[in-house]
Design a protein around this ligand. Structure first.
Ligand code: SF4
Length: 453
């Protein structure tokens, strides 16, 4: 059993209390930092630790903090809990396991970058989690860890909880900044950096809560200890892996960063359900590429996954068995992304519904051989989109064509879904058309969505 760090205080069915967190050494890193370390010391230690962003991008956390522009004016930190990737639930589990670990991590980040205000960005369906956070934030405030002159120092900082409107794109950092300001949540221009111009034009750091929760442990236990937690030399610390789908023990597991994909599924996730064989998985949430059994040996860290042509993403593994139609599964996913696109740029707004339409034809037995090339050409266009949403949405379909092209061809050859009799076809409703028939528009009315946009 590897060392538990983020889940050290995990208890059955409830979150660790403030007193339990304090008894486990909680807030000691903050007390030490405020009394004995400069903000620059904190940035340096986190940089040396190699900690990379757990929201999916994997950007070095210390480098992000070190790039914050400091001119003496207000700065902000956004702990990002807008978790809407299908299959991903790690941030919810973390908040409900050890809320003060997350809060201490945020305060340390604020100290490092000189932030005066934090805004906890959380999706509306996490209302119970928002309430837990509000309760625990007020306890931390009463204890002197938040508010004016924290622990008698000249460092003042406080945190609010903000319920988002519940759009997937709000998880993207710059879209989140726009959303908080009451603007349409479109990503901002590539090349503009939030650490220079973020909330209300001021330097802003957006970090995933899992990333922030590692910080108190790094400061308390040191860089060599943190590096030693990982399973691979390129890894950093531990990682929360969500496992769901056709497995015996779905859940959220804390394991060394770089644990092999197959070990996570078969040793920790309970393996396949009785009588089921592994066929494929999405390794990093819905916006990652399908992986076949031949890649189960790949270590789940940022670099190893990149070398394997994949993304670690949120490290949320969704497992499919041999009876699952992967065309149907991809159709289901693309329907989600079509609905959640912000509609700002053409490749995403027009390209994703077109991919959905072609997949739908193939699934219904109306596909032709040339549709495979058509899909490839359209997927290629996703890289011209404004933000990473469209390439992420395309990733499962790219994996489908890369590893399971035979299954797509089989749909075309037999003019139908070879899995339809097994009822394991996860198809989404039909894509909308311009037809007048309201039934044809059921499920995802794009024209209405665009007007509302
Ligand atoms: S890629 Fe999609 S989500 Fe991103 S800006 Fe373009 S339309 Fe919006």
């Amino acid at each position: 059993m590897s060392e538990l760090v983020l889940f050290k205080n995990r208890r059955e069915g409830r979150a660790a209390t403030f007193d339990e967190y304090r008894a486990s050494g909680g807030y000691e890193a903050l007390i030490d930092a405020v009394k004995n370390r400069t903000p620059g010391d904190v940035v340096r230690i986190v940089t040396e630790s190699g900690l990379r962003g757990r929201g999916g991008a994997g950007f070095p956390t210390g480098r992000k903090w070190g790039s914050v522009h400091g001119d003496g004016g207000p700065r902000y930190i956004l702990p990002n809990t807008d978790e809407m990737e299908p299959g991903t639930f790690k941030d919810r589990v973390l908040v409900n396991t050890d809320p003060h670990l997350v809060v201490e991590g945020i305060i340390l980040a604020a100290y490092a970058v000189g932030a005066c205000h934090g805004i906890f960005f959380i999706r509306p369906s996490y209302e119970q989690d928002a309430k837990v956070l509000e309760r625990e934030l007020s306890i931390a405030r009463e204890a002197g860890f938040l508010g004016r002159n924290i622990l008698g120092s000249d460092f003042s900082f406080d945190i609010d909880v903000h319920r988002s409107a519940g759009r997937y794109i709000c998880g993207e950092a710059s879209a989140q900044v726009n959303a908080i300001q009451g603007k349409r949540p479109n990503p901002i221009k590539v090349g503009e950096h939030l650490t220079e111009t973020g909330l209300w034009g001021r330097p802003t750091v957006v970090n995933n809560v899992e990333t922030l929760a590692s910080v108190p442990h790094i400061l308390k236990n040191g860089v060599p200890w943190f590096k030693s937690l990982a399973a691979t030399p390129e890894g950093d610390g531990t990682k929360l892996y969500c496992v769901s789908g056709m497995v015996g023990a779905p859940g959220c597991y804390e394991l060394p960063m770089g644990t092999a994909l197959g070990d996570i599924i078969f040793e920790h996730g309970g393996g396949m359900l009785p009588g089921k064989d592994f066929k494929a998985c999405l390794p990093g949430g819905a916006s990652s590429g399908l992986m076949p059994a031949s890649l189960l040996h790949v270590p789940m860290d940022f670099d190893a996954m990149k070398k394997a042509g994949q993304r670690l993403g949120t490290a949320s593994i969704v497992v499919f068995d041999q009876e699952t139609c992967l065309v149907g599964a991809c159709l289901n996913l693309i329907g989600f992304f079509v609905r959640e696109s912000c509609g700002w740029c053409t490749p995403c707004r027009e390209g994703l519904p077109f991919i959905q339409e072609v997949l739908w034809r193939i699934e219904q037995g109306e596909g032709e051989e040339r549709d495979i090339e058509l899909l490839r050409e359209t997927l290629d266009l996703m890289r011209y989109s404004y933000c990473a949403f469209a390439p992420g949405a395309a990733a499962p379909v790219e994996g489908l064509l890369r590893y399971f092209e035979d299954e797509v061809r089989e749909h075309i050859r037999i003019k139908g879904c070879p899995f339809s009799a097994s009822a394991r076809c996860l198809s989404a409703p039909a894509p909308s058309t311009d037809a007048e028939d309201p039934a044809a528009r059921e499920g995802c009315d794009l024209s209405t969505r665009r007007q509302e946009g």
